[in-house]
Design a protein around this ligand. Structure first.
Ligand code: GUN
Ligand code: FE
Length: 437
C-alpha cells in the first residue's frame, strides 16, 4: 500500500517553532507500507517510483499523516469508572477504582473490556499503550490476547498489590511473583507484546512484595517497570508511614531496585530535588498525566523544570484513564499545555506532537520501532483532519503555518479529527466502524 498525504514526523525535541531541523514535513508525502512496515518514506513522486506500477494508492490529502500516538500510562480496568465524581486520589481508589477492578476476576469480562479498550484507543489515534491491567492474571491474559490478535504494540502488566485494598483485588507476594513469571513466559516478546512488572504503588505493596518486584526486574532486566510516584500529599504521607526508614517516596522504589531506563513513574507531581536527581541519574521516566492530575486535584506537573534542570528527567505523556478524563492524546496535550502555562511556561505545538509520538517512543525505549515514519519502522500511522468540525474549519481560514494548524488540532481536536489509523500497516479505524455498523 502507498499512502499519500502531508507527512510529518520528528527527529528530535523541537527547541522552538522555528526549529525546522527537528522535524521532517512533506506537503505531498508518500509512505510505502509492506508487511506491517514502512519500507519507504519521502516526497510522493519519489516513493511512487520506488513502489512501481500496480501498487494500491490511498490518497489522504489534504490530511496530515503522523506516527500513531503513544499513551504511556493508562488503566484498562477503569473504563467503567472514568468521570467518577468528587474524590481525591485515595478516596477515589477506595470508592470507585478498587471495587470496579474486582470484576476482572471474570476472564470473560476482561476480554470484553480489553476489546472495547483497544477499539477506543484506535478511535482516538493511539496505536501503542503502556497499560495497567487488574491484579488478576486473567485480565492481563485477556489484554495481551486481544492486542496480539490486532497486532498492536503494547506494554502491559498485571498489577501487583497485596495490602490496603479490598480482598477482591489482592494477591500475595508469592502469587504476584508466580503470575508475573507465567505472563512473562507466555507473552513477553510474542509478536508485538512487551511485559511490564507493575507494582501498583508503594501503598498497596508490602515490603515482601516490593522485594519480589525487584527480583523480577533483576531476573528480567529487559522488562519495563511501571508504577505511581508522588501524585498526592495524603499518598506521600501514608507512604512515609508505611516505609518509615525511607528518605522520601522515590527512595522506596530505589531501595527495591526499581529505578532505571525502562522504569515509568506516573505523576511525579511533588518530587524534591533529591528525588528529581535520583530519577535523572537512573534514566527513569516521569509520566505527565495532565487530565488526571487536574481531575483528582493532584497538582501541576513541572514539565519545563524537569526538562531544563541541570540533571534533566526523561518525560512521557499519558491519559491515565480512568483518573484521566479523556482517551485522546490530543485532549491530553491540550490540558498539558494549560498545566505548563499555569507554571509560567509554554509548550510549542511541535513539542506537543513530538511528545505524543517520538518523545513517548523514546521514553518507552521503543523509538527503533514506533513514533517515527522512518523506513524500517512499524507502520503505525494516524491520519489527522484539521477541519473535522465546523469550528475547526472556520478557524483554519486564518491558519497560515503548520505550527498553528497543529496547535488547533491539539486545542480543539478529538476523535473526530482522527480520520484513519493504520496499525501494522492495516486500516484499523474505518474497518472497525464498518464492522460495528
Ligand atoms: N495510584 C495507585 N493506583 C492508581 C490509579 O489507578 N490511578 C491513579 N491516578 N493513581 C493511582
Ligand atoms: Fe495511573
Amino acid at each position: 500500500t502507498l499512502l499519500r498525504g502531508r507527512t510529518l514526523s520528528f527527529l528530535r525535541w523541537p527547541d522552538s517553532v522555528d526549529d525546522h531541523a527537528a522535524y521532517r514535513y512533506e506537503e505531498d508525502g508518500g509512505l510505502l507500507l509492506r508487511d506491517g512496515t514502512i519500507v519507504a518514506a519521502g516526497p510522493y513522486a519519489e516513493v511512487a517510483v520506488q513502489a512501481g506500477a500496480g501498487v494500491q494508492v490511498i490518497d489522504h490529502r489534504p490530511h496530515l499523516l503522523l506516527p500513531g500516538f503513544i499513551d504511556a500510562h493508562v488503566h484498562v480496568p477503569q473504563m467503567h469508572i472514568i468521570a467518577s465524581y468528587g474524590a481525591e486520589l485515595l478516596d477515589w481508589l477506595n470508592t470507585y477504582t478498587f471495587p470496579e477492578e474486582s470484576h476482572f476476576r471474570d476472564a470473560q469480562h476482561g476480554r470484553r473490556i480489553a476489546r472495547l479498550f483497544l477499539d477506543e484507543m484506535v478511535r482516538q489515534g493511539t496505536t501503542t499503550v503502556a497499560a495497567y491491567c487488574s491484579v488478576h492474571r486473567q485480565s492481563a491474559e485477556a489484554f495481551f490476547a486481544e492486542a496480539h490478535d490486532r497486532n498492536m504494540l503494547t506494554i502491559a502488566g498485571k498489577v501487583m498489590m497485596d495490602r490496603n485494598a479490598p480482598e477482591g483485588v489482592l494477591d500475595t507476594p508469592q502469587s504476584s511473583y508466580d503470575d508475573t513469571k507465567a505472563l512473562i513466559a507466555e507473552w513477553h516478546g510474542r509478536g508485538r507484546q512487551h511485559y511490564a512488572v507493575t507494582p501498583r504503588f508503594a501503598i498497596t505493596s508490602s515490603p515482601e512484595q516490593m522485594e519480589m518486584a525487584g527480583a523480577l526486574m533483576r531476573e528480567h532486566p529487559d522488562l519495563h517497570m511501571q508504577t505511581h510516584l508522588s501524585e498526592n500529599h495524603a499518598e506521600i504521607a501514608f507512604t512515609q508511614q508505611l516505609y518509615p526508614w525511607s528518605k522520601d517516596y522515590t527512595d522506596v522504589y530505589e531501595h527495591y531496585g526499581l529505578l532505571g531506563k525502562r522504569s515509568l513513574f506516573g505523576h511525579c507531581i511533588h518530587l524534591s530535588e533529591r528525588e528529581a536527581d535520583a530519577m535523572s541519574e537512573t534514566g527513569s521516566v516521569a509520566v505527565f498525566c495532565p487530565t488526571s492530575n487536574l481531575f483528582l486535584g493532584s497538582g501541576l506537573f513541572d514539565y519545563q523544570r524537569f526538562r531544563q534542570r541541570e540533571k534533566p528527567i526523561r518525560i512521557a505523556a499519558a491519559t491515565d484513564v480512568g483518573g484521566g478524563t479523556s482517551y485522546s492524546m490530543l485532549r491530553t496535550m491540550d490540558e498539558g499545555y494549560k498545566v505548563i502555562a499555569l507554571n509560567g511556561e509554554k509548550l510549542t505545538p511541535f513539542a506537543s506532537f513530538w511528545q505524543m509520538t517520538l518523545g513517548n517512543a523514546q521514553a518507552l525505549s521503543l523509538d527503533d520501532k514506533v513514533g517515527t515514519l522512518d523506513a524500517g519502522t512499524d507502520a503505525d500511522i494516524v491520519v489527522l483532519d484539521s477541519r473535522a468540525t465546523p469550528g475547526m474549519r472556520l478557524r483554519m481560514e486564518r491558519v497560515e503555518t503548520l505550527a498553528e494548524e497543529l496547535f488547533l488540532l491539539q486545542t480543539m481536536g478529538d476523535d473526530r479529527a482522527i480520520r484513519e489509523v493504520y496499525v501494522a500497516g492495516r486500516p484499523a479505524k474505518s474497518t472497525m466502524e464498518l464492522a460495528a455498523a
